[in-house]
Design a protein. Structure first.
Length: 269
């Protein structure tokens, strides 16, 4: 290989690495390693199956909402997050991925969970469920034992259970609607027994209506995913949503359906 070829190859390699390492605004590391198996971000499978909608950041509209609070959710894919940046963007709450199944813990959890708290945000943790791997109660224990607990400090939201499409196979993890309902109830009941709070349930209307038959509207706050300027139809039986993930660009963006004092009330239990 002559000098020109070597130079060209090196340049192309550097450009390729730079492209692969582009980080979203607010992330403090510039090169992302390949995603770890069982490191699935909230909404990653919903976006894959239902689309990401308009890639521009669209401020959502909901005539029924009298006031809203804006926030984000993050996972290991964001690495070390620049929380001052997101505070400056008007985000006042954050959910941080803690665990997945009973085999994965977010290696950036401490920086993300404590960093959001220290900058002034109300924060919470979430668990990405793999219902075909182990019982709901077992995954709830793993979540609580690895960052998903709750304390009445006015700054910690109840943990969230991420229920979405199976990253590895059939949409509903090979479970019937009745079995999926039982799995979610097992997780929810165990989380409530451990923490005194019912977990928030994150899902999309399409996935939920395909895979679940039960009614959790009287106990569990709803976090609905729909990448659009309107929230659309809600999953079965919930009369209203508590959180709405409305965009995944340039990071997962959410709103709380209420004024800031109501967000504080949710944190306080």
């Amino acid at each position: 290989m002559n000098n020109l070829a070597r130079t060209t190859t090196a340049l192309l390699t550097a450009v390729g690495l730079a492209v692969l390492g582009l980080a979203a605004p607010g992330s403090t590391h510039t090169a992302q390693a390949a995603p770890v198996v069982e490191d699935h971000a909230m909404g990653s499978q919903i976006a894959k199956h239902e689309g990401r909608g308009d890639r521009r950041v669209v401020i959502p509209t909901d005539p029924s909402a009298q006031a809203v609070v804006y926030g984000i959710d993050v996972s290991g894919h964001q690495g070390n997050v620049d929380w001052n940046y997101w505070w400056g963007q008007g985000k006042r709450f954050a959910y941080v991925k803690a665990t997945e199944s009973t085999t994965y813990r977010n290696p950036y959890f401490a920086q993300q969970y404590n960093g959001s708290y220290n900058v002034g945000m109300i924060r919470g943790a979430y668990h990405f469920a793999l219902p075909d791997r182990s019982a709901g109660a077992t995954q709830a224990d793993y979540f609580v034992n690895n960052g998903g607990g709750w304390s009445r400090d006015g700054k910690t939201l109840p943990g969230a259970l991420d229920m979405e499409y199976n990253p590895y196979g059939s949409t509903c993890y090979g479970l019937s609607k009745a079995s999926m309902t039982s799995w979610i109830k097992s997780f929810s009941d165990r989380y409530q027994a451990r923490t005194g709070r019912w977990p928030v349930i994150y899902t999309s209307t399409s996935w939920w209506n395909q895979c679940v038959s039960g009614d959790f509207s009287s106990t569990n706050p709803l976090w609905v995913a729909r990448y659009s300027s309107t929230v659309g139809t809600l999953p079965y039986a919930w009369p209203f949503y508590t959180f709405w993930q409305y965009s995944s660009s340039p990071i997962d963006q959410n709103l709380f359906n209420g004024a800031y004092d109501r967000l504080q009330a949710l944190a306080n239990g």
